[in-house]
Design a protein around this ligand. Structure first.
Ligand SMILES: Nc1ncnc2c1ncn2[C@@H]1O[C@H](COP(=O)(O)OP(=O)(O)OP(=O)(O)O)[C@@H](O)[C@H]1O
Length: 305
């Protein structure tokens, strides 16, 4: 997959304090990139730098292989964003709000507007003024507004913040549809691991302004599969039992005394076979290193849910 957005050592200082430090992000075409970190980690600041709302103190941003400057208007048109809460005219309907926005921005296009409303399932909410919208509907209207210019990269800052479970589900479906059906690339920030992990293809973890990890979800998942850990002074004998008595193939020796077994085998069955073969065990335990454990360890941080 082609990388469409790359940040190079992106850094921002406020009053002499670095709030974003040397961030190198790589966002690939068509993926959903989950930007994860606790409040105050620097997510919004990075997004503001990407969308040219804030000037980096150091570093630069490459979008479609071109380094961005203050005058990269054509490149910026290829991005859509919602950073901080979108504001609407309360007394107007969704369609009227989009019309007004389009006219104001000078790209009023009825077809694009109708398509955007349809995409976020607001096409039939004709008469309702925005003040009667739920938070989820307002978020979707914000997305519709960002979609009107048909951006190739959509940047959403905490789009599920404050939504109820139904609203969260709806948003998740919108993200998936934009990515899978329209090939759009999405950069979505959140402080909620549970939400990011359900939709993201790649996760970038930021903590105290530093990008700690950028990794494909598939890799994280395979890294966090459950396993049984076996500690014994007789590992040669144990390996013989695993291979020849139990027919296991997916295990590895971590060190001369520790074996990790990834094959699906019942702990009880394993224990029985080892005892029958007179293998002296120090311990035999099932480990399930969850994604949450992984991030908590990574950050020494308990702020994810
Ligand atoms: N204009 C500013 N002037 C001074 N400090 C700022 C400014 N904007 C952000 N900061 C500080 O930079 C740090 C990162 O803030 P940022 O909003 O980027 O974090 P975040 O990860 O998006 O968190 P949140 O989800 O709470 O918005 C915070 O400590 C914040 O107080």
């Amino acid at each position: 997959m082609t990388t469409i957005l790359r940040t190079w050592e992106l850094t921002k200082e406020y009053q002499g304090k670095e709030v974003v430090s040397g961030v190198n992000m790589n966002i690939k075409q068509g993926e959903i990139y989950g930007f994860l970190g606790p409040n105050g980690a620097g997510k919004t600041t990075v997004m503001k730098m990407i969308t040219n709302l804030v000037k980096p103190t150091e570093g630069f941003i490459e979008f479609f292989g071109v380094s961005m400057t203050d005058h990269s208007y054509e490149l910026l048109k290829r991005m859509g964003c919602i950073i901080e809460n979108p504001v609407f005219y309360d007394k107007l309907t969704a369609r009227e709000n989009l019309q007004l926005h389009g006219e104001y921005m000078g790209y009023y296009n009825v077809k694009a507007m109708e398509e955007a409303l349809e995409l976020v399932k607001l096409k039939d909410v004709d008469k309702k003024p925005v003040k009667q919208f739920s938070l989820g509907m307002k978020q979707r209207l914000g997305i519709a507004r960002a979609l009107m210019t048909k951006p190739e990269l959509l940047i959403l800052d905490e789009p599920i913040n404050g939504l109820d479970p139904m609203g969260i589900k709806e948003m998740r479906e919108v993200f998936r549809m934009l990515s899978r059906e329209y090939g759009m690339t999405l950069l979505i920030s959140s402080h909620l691991l549970g939400e990011v992990e359900q939709v993201a293809d790649t996760i970038g973890v930021i903590f105290e302004g530093i990008l700690l990890e950028e990794v494909a979800m598939d890799r994280i998942r395979s890294r966090n599969t459950p396993y049984i850990e076996l500690i014994t002074g007789e590992s040669g004998k144990a390996v013989y039992v695993l291979e020849h008595k139990l027919g296991l193939t997916n295990f590895k020796m971590l060190n001369p005394r520790t074996i990790r077994i990834y094959d699906a085998v019942q702990q009880l069955e394993l224990n029985k076979a080892l005892i029958e073969a007179d293998v002296e065990l120090e311990s035999l335990s099932k480990k399930n290193h969850s994604l949450e454990d992984h991030f908590v360890e990574l950050m020494g941080w308990g702020g994810i849910a």
